[in-house]
Design a binder for this molecule. Structure first.
Ligand code: ADP
Length: 495
């Protein structure tokens, strides 16, 4: 009997594949990194074929190293880096241009022009997003502008565009299926967040032909079968798709409105389940589709911190204050507090809720007694303060408090950071046993899609606590510290 699920976790720096059993326990992992291409300052590309080839190899390898036969895999779930886009030729199945990665800033001018033409608030209303080069719509437009023949061919549907999930499914099915799911589509600037379909006004404004776009499908349900040659003659159904952050929210079991997760990686990604209405809020937060299962659509509010765990890399690589990231915990624990020192890691500007792209980092409150330990601690604490900035914007926008914050990502292993996070938020922080929440979310969506479970409620019980951090600091002290942080941020802002 088919008892296992295969999750393909196509990330920004590596392609991973993980086999899960029906208890949500990972039984095999395969991972391969691929090239990052920087053709000019601010531009980032991936080789679309390399993404497919590494992902294909990892899928096969994971099944093999789990010691399983393909027929033991009930379904495949896919989760992917979200706003990266591929343009390919429908006839040859080959990409005609390198994939333009979410980090790529090449369409910043195009976004400025769209803003000057007065489209900003219309785009915000229709998509829940902010007009920014981060999202895929302007990237597709940019590629079409490179070659008049491409535009003509795109209008005839001879060229296809898709996010990385679409590209993988197209290849996995041997070119038979061109789809994307609602969570990925909601990151393109082309999908209407109310109708959940490509919006004619947006397509027209951005100059992207409908004929080249994938069909938008729910995040769970059968979308196609893998080509027989991939897994030894055995087609496997593909039944789950979601963008990586949405998949992590799902993998964290945040199925109810008010449940939120924060991923502490290079940056931090905070998503809160807001239920079945796409509420727009202020404070620089995005409203996005979390997932769609059957007819039920769940939305999320999203806020990100640009420099999260990266501030710890900075301590290690640029400042030489620690040898490895995990040392930060021990060093920081060597002092009871930072002695009034704040590190504001605005290395690439300030994100939500400040949105000041010209701001730069700063260390404030130094005294004659400030030492390495204070600095390391202040850097670590800055991750928690920035997360509170985003979370406060969320609770203000929603008009209600969150119940709990579930955490994952590399820096969530830092106990001092997690305790400080709970203290500063005045909210319990929960870290699950599994580290693979993103892949697990994709596996869950796939399992639901193939009928392994009937509803998310059947899975909710699988979430297992590793450690819960209760707020222990007095509220007065926490607020005083946070006020100090806000004052330090004020000093960083561009006048
Ligand atoms: P990504 O997926 O963005 O590459 P990961 O989830 O792998 O990130 O987390 C890596 C990040 O977490 C790095 O920026 C690293 O500095 C930070 N990190 C890892 N372990 C710790 C730790 N114990 N304490 C603080 N930061 C950590």
């Amino acid at each position: 009997m088919s008892q296992y699920l295969l999750a393909l976790d196509q990330g920004t720096t590596s392609s991973r594949a993980i086999v899960f059993d029906r208890m949500g326990t990972p039984v095999a992992v395969a991972q391969e990194a691929f090239r990052q291409i920087y053709p000019r300052p601010g531009w980032v590309e991936h080789d679309a074929d390399e993404i497919w080839q590494t992902q294909r190899r990892m899928a096969v390898e994971a099944v093999q190293s789990a010691g399983l036969k393909p027929e033991q895999i009930a379904a495949i779930g896919i989760t992917n880096q979200r706003e990266t886009v591929v343009l390919w030729d429908a006839e040859t199945g080959k990409a005609v241009h390198p994939a333009i990665v979410w980090q790529c800033r090449r369409t910043a001018d195009m976004c400025r022009q769209l803003e000057e033409a007065g489209h900003k608030s219309m785009i915000r209303q229709r998509t829940g997003l902010i007009l920014d080069a981060y999202f895929s719509g302007t990237k597709i437009r940019w590629m079409l502008d490179q070659n008049p023949d491409w535009r003509r061919r795109a209008e005839r549907g001879e060229l296809k565009a898709g996010t990385i999930g679409s590209w993988l499914i197209y290849n996995l099915t041997g070119g038979k299926v061109h789809v994307t799911d609602v969570s990925n589509a909601s990151r393109t600037l082309l999908c209407n967040i109310e109708t959940l379909d490509w919006d004619p006004v947006l397509l027209d404004t951005l100059g992207v032909p409908l004929a080249m776009l994938p069909t938008i499908v729910p995040s769970s349900g059968v979308v196609g079968m893998t080509a027989p040659d991939l897994f030894g003659g055995r087609p496997i159904p593909i039944t789950g798709i979601a963008g990586d952050q949405q998949a992590a929210l799902f993998g964290q079991g945040c199925f109810q409105p008010g449940q939120a997760k924060n991923t502490y990686g290079t940056g931090c990604f905070l998503l809160a389940n807001i239920g079945d209405k796409p509420v727009l809020t202020d404070g620089g937060l995005l409203t996005t589709v979390a997932w769609q299962i059957g007819k039920t659509v769940t939305y999320a509010l999203e806020g990100s911190v640009f420099i999260g765990g990266a501030v710890i890399q900075w301590l290690r690589d640029e400042m030489g204050l620690i040898q490895q990231a995990s040392d930060s915990e021990l060093v920081a624990a060597g002092v009871a507090d930072t002695g009034g020192v704040y590190v504001v890691p605005a290395f690439v500007g300030l994100g939500a809720p400040y949105w000041d792209m010209e701001a730069r980092g700063m260390i404030t409150g130094l005294t004659r007694g400030s030492n390495r330990k204070h600095l390391v601690r202040a850097a670590l604490e800055s991750i928690a303060y920035q997360s509170r900035d985003v979370l406060d914007a969320m609770t203000q926008g929603l008009g209600k408090d969150l119940a709990v914050l579930r955490v994952d990502g590399g820096a969530s292993q830092n106990n001092l950071l997690m305790q400080f996070q709970a203290d500063i938020l005045g909210l319990p922080v929960e870290r699950p046993k599994t580290h693979e929440t993103t892949a697990l979310g994709a596996a869950y969506l796939a399992g639901l899609g193939v009928g392994m479970w009937q509803s998310p409620a059947d899975i909710a019980g699988q979430w297992q606590l590793d450690r819960r951090y209760e707020p222990a600091m007095g509220r007065e002290r926490a607020e005083a510290l946070y006020t100090g942080w806000q004052a330090a941020v004020e000093r960083c802002k561009t006048p």
